[in-house]
Design a protein. Structure first.
Length: 156
């Protein structure tokens, strides 16, 4: 089956540790992204937010009123560098895989958020919104990380 892809990238003027703290903890996503609430349904197999953890995020966007909650399972974690997950409920997609990759740069952290899923009829509808939403999410994450990094640097 054909696949649909969405991705967005931005360099944040913040350390990878600061960006990682925001992106690796789903309960912090409402601080910076288009979610009004987020929690963990179950911890990971070897760590609370590691592989096997199941998280849910409630959208604050009108488009997702039909599917207001996304349930995601963490697939892979490389501390400070990679977070991979799949959607297991809420959003009507099949074989979804997303990866958030952080790469240190000379002046901060390159953020890349990319996903793909099967090109079903409903999957195409999701693709239409995600191709607009992903750049907004990455921009919001970078901005939040920059604010947090500057606050951390200014602290005594």
């Amino acid at each position: 089956m054909n696949r649909l892809d969405v991705s967005a990238e931005r360099t944040a003027r913040a350390t990878p540790e600061v960006v990682w703290a925001l992106v690796s903890d789903a309960t912090r996503h409402p601080e910076w992204g288009p979610w009004r609430a987020a929690e963990y349904r179950r911890p990971g197999d070897t760590s609370p937010r590691g592989p096997g953890a199941v998280q849910w995020l409630q959208s604050s966007r009108r488009y997702f009123l039909r599917y207001p909650v996304s349930v995601e399972k963490i697939l892979e974690v490389e501390e400070g560098r990679l977070l991979a997950y799949t959607v297991v409920g809420g959003i009507p997609v099949r074989n979804y895989r997303a990866e958030v990759t952080l790469t240190p740069t000379g002046d901060g952290t390159q953020i890349r958020w990319a996903s793909s899923w099967d090109a079903t009829t409903r999957g195409r509808l999701v693709w239409r919104s995600q191709r607009t939403l992903y750049p907004q999410i990455v921009e919001a994450l970078a901005a939040a990380a920059e604010r947090l990094d500057s606050q951390t640097a200014a602290a005594p």
